[in-house]
Design a protein around this ligand. Structure first.
Ligand SMILES: C[S@@+](CC[C@H](N)C(=O)[O-])C[C@H]1O[C@@H](n2cnc3c(N)ncnc32)[C@H](O)[C@@H]1O
Length: 342
């Protein structure tokens, strides 16, 4: 039994072992430069030998005007079962910039310190490092996303992190989005190609690789529908979504079990409707909190919490009927236009 548990933990850990590419990091982080000046950055799920987050911040330390970069490296207990690149020993690194002013990051400028435990972001010694940080930037393990975010909120940290789009439906995450404590970054619904420890295994192909152009000899996996979650402000969040369509009851059916209309595409949000509307999740990629208010999410526990009752299939979800045929739309976020705003 114990062996099974540790094997399944190892399998779970293995799924988390893939690495963000430098261009994806640059593409997002260029929108937040003003936030980084004078700040201590923590990358707390990052083996500095592989992590491009570490590379990005170390190399642009002076350009961004950072105060300090701290990186912690996690040593999985089961790393020997699968990893060729994992840390043998949990350590943390401190980089305070190009002290000798030779324009490069020298090894002697990086302070490497041992950790007593395995570098788990939840351990007390890692929490002490978290307390020193102003902004946390990384791709944390997807499987621990709920706990990871809860800790950032508990310690009142600014952050910019990557995770799956589906995480926004978590009952722990959506309320934070609704209350504007978290929002999505620039990069939304990305199909990310990560460097992986998987060597073209069947498991990797089944679970991750969806790219038609995938080269089986390459050590890369494609993960669809990934996005950046953050609480750092950015300009896209203040852009007004231009609306063109006019409301008509025929074109926008009402749900059977909730007083809201269904909008099939973000571009079809009517400009003259101020009641509640169910819209696709992709609205969050263009969400301006001055233009719209988030009411809730259409399904499950969160749906029930705003009064969505069971529909004809016995599910808690939004549904509507056309010509006697009940249609279940895809996942919907419920929003309302703000009056007299942008
Ligand atoms: C998706 S990978 C991303 C790695 C790196 N942040 C990047 O983006 O290239 C997640 C990383 O989190 C590490 N990790 C897993 N569990 C962890 C934990 N409890 N505490 C800290 N790091 C953990 C894994 O070893 C893995 O390298």
């Amino acid at each position: 039994m114990a062996k099974n548990t540790s094997l399944s933990q190892a399998k779970k850990a293995k799924k988390d072992e893939f690495y963000t590419q430098i261009n994806d990091i640059e593409n997002e982080l260029k929108h937040y430069k003003e936030h980084f000046r004078g700040k201590t950055i923590l990358c707390n799920c990052d083996d500095p030998r592989i992590s491009n987050f570490f590379r990005y911040f170390a190399q642009s330390f002076e350009h961004l005007g950072l105060k300090r970069l701290i990186t912690t490296c996690y040593k999985s207990q089961d790393i020997d079962l699968f990893s060729t690149e994992g840390c043998e020993k949990a350590v943390y690194l401190i980089y305070d910039g190009d002290k000798n002013k030779n324009g490069v990051v020298d090894l002697e400028e990086i302070e490497v310190k041992p950790l007593k435990g395995n570098g788990d972001f939840r351990s007390q010694e890692c929490i002490e490092l978290l307390k020193q940080a102003d902004i946390v930037v990384t791709n944390p393990p997807f499987s621990l996303f709920r706990e990871y975010v809860a800790q950032l909120i508990e310690y009142n940290k600014k952050f910019l992190i990557l995770a799956r789009m589906s995480s926004l439906h978590y009952s722990e995450i959506f309320p934070l989005i609704k209350s504007n404590q978290i929002w999505v970054g620039y990069g939304f619904n990305l199909s990310m190609v990560y460097k992986s420890i998987y060597q073209n295994t069947e498991e990797a192909n089944r679970k991750y690789v969806r790219s038609k152009g995938y080269d089986p000899d390459d050590n890369y996996i494609k993960v669809p529908a990934v996005l950046w979650y953050t609480n750092l402000d950015h300009t896209k969040r203040h852009e007004k979504l231009i609306l063109y369509k006019k409301y008509s009851p025929d074109e926008y059916p009402k749900y059977d079990n909730y007083d809201a209309i269904d909008v099939n595409q973000v571009a079809d949000i009517p400009m003259d409707y101020y009641g509640i509307m169910g819209v696709p999740d992709t609205l969050l990629g263009q969400f301006n909190p001055d233009q719209f208010e988030l009411i809730g999410i259409g399904s499950g526990k969160l749906g029930r919490s705003i009064g969505i009752t069971k529909n004809y299939r016995g599910r808690t979800d939004l549904s509507y009927t056309i010509d006697g045929v009940s249609k279940c739309p895809y996942s919907r976020i419920l929003i309302r236009r703000k009056k007299n705003k942008v």
